[in-house]
Write a protein that binds this ligand. Structure first.
Ligand SMILES: Cc1cc2nc3c(=O)[nH]c(=O)nc-3n(C[C@H](O)[C@H](O)[C@H](O)COP(=O)(O)O)c2cc1C
Ligand code: SF4
Length: 591
């Protein structure tokens, strides 16, 4: 157990809402969170031990059993797989004679997989003790193995191994409009909070995090709710295939932080929280430096830009490897030091958010756009895009393209235009918006990226004709099964069944019955899950049924063979336990 546990607790003011941050520090110091450490933390924070244990067990980046001194996690995203990650991973496993998920006998190294690391434009990638290494090759894997074997501390590994590149392949107004820190705040202060809010409403800015909720309306609901208010920047960016927020935080941090400050001015908040995904620790020094600079320049802190009563500051919280924490209510729980379980909604965060107080939660890109709306006015945004989708959208383009990277387009751009610009050839499919989004077939490339046609939070993954779409679905199913928080049965059981059935189909043991059951499960999850993770976990399967049916048939062992697994039968035990055996407790037969 860390000798510095007292120091860690003191650094976090023994504040239970900082539990996730405290556990991160314990992981950093000890490499795992031991039972005595859990007891000591519970005592120090005045929490039940079970609560600390529950949080430690929830997040993928917390280990409650000893791991290797070097903890290696390969990104399991489909684009990493397409770029050869499985072979590279095997090479490292062989080098240390370990199996996936195991710790080497000497305790030196453990090797496992993690969900997408947000480096799909430069995969394959891995994390070692939380630090990202992109652009893996056999040479890089050889060098990593040698450094691990030699016991070199990470600080002595060559810097270039950890270099993250930002490839900006197409720019539009978000990226090209010049911006000096303080400009947007100056314009907002001159207008006043009500008129600033009015300008954001008039711009028709919609959230860029996925749901597309009107930002002005969200801010107004928050402003009108009684009590101390908060602004939260959602930088969790966990959807596989998305990395545009990484780019904004790396290159345009001031714009994002200013967007948060404008939001605070408009809603009347004094505190902001930026929730940064655990896979992006390389962004922390730059963000902390930007915060410090802004404090020095009077753009954060008390009396911002000399305005009496305008006090606001921002704190960064780092996640711990849970995709569901991108869901805004789960994110708020995580910020409060809890497990990231999505809450019942309503009430919504605008009235009952952080610490049950009114909170405006916005995506990184939304806040960057809001800052520019405050500076240049509503018409600046409305001059681009479509009537219902104003402005531009950042796309994270990856997969089978010649030029993966960041592309900024006005909303309404045709999918085929993006493909042409990115150098895609022989396109079979495009997954827009990540595994939870929309799977487009080659005959749908005229469709447009816009809320009224194909919405896209950011991910744009391209698959050429050489790819088997069933392998893609299998990868997505692994992702959802791994990331389901387990709170509700349709998603907990459904994502596991989905993964199992796709596993059978990809290994050539699937039957028509599996395919039929897969459809049942996907529809059931969509209809009955508690949060957006479960309701979207079957999207790609349902799209593939409609558009890639021959791919399924090709992979079935025999179209007529009897099923080895009966989905309805597999739920018999659950029916017995719950005492239910009515029609609703059975999977319906397909008409
Ligand atoms: C499973 C799940 C994961 C999500 N992940 C993110 C995320 O990483 N970043 C994000 O901004 N929104 C994410 N969202 C959407 C948020 O719940 C929320 O709608 C968004 O942060 C609101 O900001 P916006 O209005 O600016 O889009 C996710 C939603 C779900 C259901
Ligand atoms: S849908 Fe899935 S992720 Fe969401 S609450 Fe239910 S189990 Fe958790």
């Amino acid at each position: 157990m860390s000798r510095d546990l007292g120091g860690i607790l003191a650094r976090h003011r023994n504040d239970p809402t900082r539990l996730v941050q405290i556990l991160r520090d314990v992981m950093e110091a000890d490499g795992w969170i031991s039972p005595p450490a859990i007891t000591a933390l519970a005592d120090g924070l005045g929490l039940p031990r079970a609560r600390v244990e529950g949080v430690a067990g929830f997040y993928a980046f917390f280990a409650t059993e000893p791991r290797g001194r070097y903890r290696v996690l390969f990104s399991d995203n489909i684009t990493d797989e397409m770029a050869g990650s499985v072979e590279l991973r095997q090479r490292l496993l062989d080098a240390f004679h370990v199996r996936l998920g195991e710790v080497s006998r000497d305790g030196l190294v453990s090797i496992d997989v993690t969900s997408c690391t947000g480096l799909c434009d430069q995969g394959p990638a891995l994390l070692v003790n939380g630090r990202a290494i992109p652009r893996l090759t056999h040479a890089r894997i050889g060098a990593i193995a040698a450094m691990i074997r030699g016991g070199a501390p990470l600080t002595e590994w060559p810097d270039n191994l950890f270099e993250i590149h930002e490839h900006v392949e197409r720019q539009d107004v978000l990226v090209t409009t010049p911006f000096a820190p303080g400009e947007a705040l100056g314009a907002a202060l001159a207008r006043g909070p009500e008129a600033t809010l009015g300008e954001v409403e008039r711009s028709l800015l919609r959230g860029r995090g996925g749901a597309g909720f009107p930002t002005g309306q969200k801010w107004r609901l928050c402003r009108e709710a009684p009590g101390e208010r908060y602004v939260v920047c959602n930088a969790d960016e966990g959807e596989p295939g998305t990395f545009k927020d990484r780019f904004l935080l790396a290159r345009h941090a001031d714009l994002v932080l200013e967007g948060m400050t404008v939001a605070a001015f408009a809603v009347g908040a004094q505190k902001g929280l930026l929730y940064l995904r655990a896979e992006y620790p390389f962004l922390l020094p730059g963000l902390e430096a930007a915060l410090a600079r802004r404090r020095r320049e009077g753009l954060l802190g008390e009396r911002i830009r000399g305005a009496e009563g305008f006090d606001f500051d921002i704190e960064i919280h780092v996640g711990a490897g849970a995709y569901v924490c991108g869901e805004e209510s789960a994110l708020l729980s995580s910020l409060e030091g809890e497990r990231g379980i999505p809450r019942n909604r309503p009430p919504y965060p605008v009235t009952h958010g952080y610490l049950q107080r009114p909170t405006a939660v916005n995506n990184v890109e939304t806040l960057a756009k809001a800052a520019l709306v405050a500076r240049h006015g509503a018409d600046w945004l409305r001059s681009r895009g479509t009537g219902r989708s104003t402005g531009t959208k950042l796309l994270s383009v990856s997969g089978d393209v010649a030029r993966p990277g960041i592309y900024e387009y006005p909303f309404g751009v045709a999918v085929k235009q993006v493909l042409e610009d990115a150098g895609a050839r022989r396109v079979q499919a495009v997954q827009v918006g990540g595994p939870s989004g929309t799977l487009l077939a080659h005959n749908e490339l005229e469709r447009r990226i816009a809320f009224e046609d194909v919405p896209c939070a950011g991910a744009f993954m391209v698959f050429d004709e050489s790819r088997d779409m069933i392998d893609v679905l299998h990868n997505f199913a692994r992702f959802f099964a791994h990331e389901s928080c387990g709170f509700c049965t349709p998603c907990r059981v459904g994502t596991t069944l989905e993964r199992q059935m796709l596993s059978r189909i990809t290994s050539g043991k699937g039957t028509r019955k599996d395919v039929k059951d897969l459809g049942h499960v996907a529809r059931l999850m969509k209809a009955a899950s508690h949060c957006g993770l479960g309701t979207t976990a079957g999207n790609a399967v349902l799209d593939a049924f409609a558009k890639f049916k021959p791919s399924f048939d090709r992979r079935l062992a025999s179209l007529d063979v009897l099923p080895v697994f009966d989905l309805d039968e597999s739920l018999a035990e659950a029916r017995e336990v719950t005492g239910r055996d009515d029609v609703g407790a059975h999977f319906p037969e397909e008409p």
